[in-house]
Ligand binder design. Structure first.
Ligand SMILES: CC(C)(COP(=O)(O)OP(=O)(O)OC[C@H]1O[C@@H](n2cnc3c(N)ncnc32)[C@H](O)[C@@H]1OP(=O)(O)O)[C@@H](O)C(=O)NCCC(=O)NCCS
Length: 452
């Protein structure tokens, strides 16, 4: 194998290790589209999910049953109308809808059993009728009222995979047909999930079909790869076809992120290994809707300078950071960012820009009292997101004592030749810092259709 390829593979493995650590013990709620469940891709996909569970990620599955319900209702010649994507379920259809819902759940359970993993199908969802809205009686179509989270927590604690059929029961045991997308969203909120996935069968959110907010990120192939939660709200204002399944996904993603779920991913479950790539690399492949993870980080202003210099002082005294003056910080004030909680600055970092689309990450310091809380990692993540938005190709850092930490964040050592020419000139050979660099995945930022 050629050396470059081997090096790339080793880097991917290292990157994966970092993500395994980060996600251990975290909850991922995964909604599988009904078409995906009847596709040939499902065994491989379930096998990947089993691997994730064995790594310590708590997996919750919500299989969609829409196409199986259609099939069974067709067989028994029962017709149900749809309004705005919701099936109106007359009471006589409910036994068949239940049959379809448990049929798909059983199918998933059987595949899990083939891979030696235990699962439980449960009746942990309390539901009530949608009722009559705008004169339309939704009959036995329901909405989730409450999840019995304590029982689900116990199931997860026993290393089992809970499977949720799209049925909920009233307090008196009356069954209701639920939207499995909505169910997945509610479960992710109730369990405080780190991630909610909507796995489609081949469909992706494509930029050309929508009016997008200005801060959305679009890949070269036109896939919308990132929306902030605010952007998702704008998306919903400007794209209002109620029958579009992506509108439903974005609505629920917006709801989940607003209620504390960190990330929602809409990805093509039929593409081999897509969910693994999404989890174990920093290259988003589907659409990610994310809550603002940078809420404590903001640009530094001139009034912050004395506090930032004080924060840097111990690292300067130890020779970890090169000394900086008030004038140095004033000159590049917009490059500096601070991590602030309740009015106090606990960390800082800078991104200096160079002509060749590279950026230097510098002046990274976290207050010792706040060490090991992941704040350093957050600052780096923020600066890398900023580099991505600015369409930089790479960021680099010069360090004498902190190379291991940067390596753990995916930076790799490079020679001085990799530096932008002007930075090469100012490189202090006496200090002899190591140079580490991280490439930024290339993305196209959509600015053409701005939302007012
Ligand atoms: C390096 C620094 C920014 C890390 O900040 P932090 O918020 O504590 O880091 P995180 O919480 O994101 O990460 C903590 C992990 O990094 C490790 N770590 C911290 N400093 C490290 C170092 N110098 N080398 C290697 N690993 C380090 C911790 O041991 C911890 O590992 P664990 O998760 O296995 O327990 C902080 O220690 C600091 O301000 N150091 C002094 C200034 C400095 O070195 N700046 C970089 C200049 S180039």
């Amino acid at each position: 194998m050629n050396k470059l390829k081997l090096k790339e593979q080793v880097e991917s493995i290292r990157q994966a290790f970092g993500y395994i650590d980060r996600f251990k013990g975290k909850t991922f709620v995964i909604k599988l589209s009904s078409e995906l469940i009847s596709s040939p891709f499902i065994p491989v996909l379930i096998k990947d999910l089993v691997m994730l569970q064995r790594m310590g990620i708590r997996i919750v599955l919500v299989p969609g049953a829409r196409s199986r319900i259609d099939e069974i209702l067709d067989t028994y010649n029962i017709r149900c109308r749809r309004v705005g994507g919701i099936r109106i379920s007359p009471p006589e259809s409910i036994p068949f809808i239940k049959m379809a819902a448990f049929d798909v759940s059983n199918k998933i359970m059987t595949i899990l059993a083939e891979y030696g993993t235990n699962a439980v199908i449960g009746n942990w969802v309390k539901a009530r009728s949608i009722g009559v809205r705008d004169g339309i009686d939704y009959q036995s179509s329901g909405i989730v009222e409450r999840l019995q989270s304590d029982i689900v927590e116990n199931v997860l604690g026993d290393d089992l995979i809970p499977i949720f059929p799209n049925i909920g029961w009233s307090a008196k045991g009356k069954p209701y047909n639920l939207s499995s997308n909505e169910l997945a969203c509610t479960i992710s909120i109730a369990l405080g999930a780190s991630k909610l996935f909507f796995l489609t069968n081949g469909k992706t959110l494509h930029a050309e079909n929508y009016s997008l907010p200005a801060d959305s990120v679009v890949a070269e192939d036109g896939t919308v790869i990132q929306l902030t939660v605010t952007g998702a709200g704008e998306f919903l204002e400007h794209n209002n076809n109620p029958d579009d399944p992506f509108r439903d996904f974005i609505t629920l993603a917006h709801r989940a992120c607003t209620a504390g779920v960190k990330r929602v991913h809409i990805i093509d479950g039929a593409a081999d290994g897509m969910i693994l790539k999404e989890i174990f690399s920093n290259r988003g492949l589907g659409t990610m809707i994310y809550a603002n993870q940078h809420e404590n980080i903001r640009q530094m202003n001139a009034n912050d300078i004395p506090e930032v210099l004080r924060l840097m002082q111990p690292a300067i005294e130890e020779g970890i950071l090169v000394p900086r003056t008030t004038a140095d910080l004033e000159e590049r004030v917009e490059d500096y960012h601070v991590y602030e909680v309740d009015g106090s600055i606990h960390a800082c970092g800078a991104l200096h820009l160079y002509d060749d689309r590279q950026g230097e990450i510098a002046a990274i310091v976290v207050d010792e009292d706040y060490a090991d809380f992941g704040i350093g990692n957050k600052i780096i993540g923020y600066l890398i997101d900023r580099a991505t938005t600015l369409r930089l190709k790479a960021v680099f850092v010069l360090t004498t004592l902190t190379a291991d930490w940067f390596e753990s964040l995916g930076f790799t050592e490079v020679s001085i030749e990799a530096l932008p020419p002007s930075r090469r000139k100012s490189y202090n050979r006496k200090r002899n810092s190591l140079i580490l660099r991280k490439r930024i995945p290339q993305r196209r930022v959509k600015t053409a259709i701005a939302v007012e």
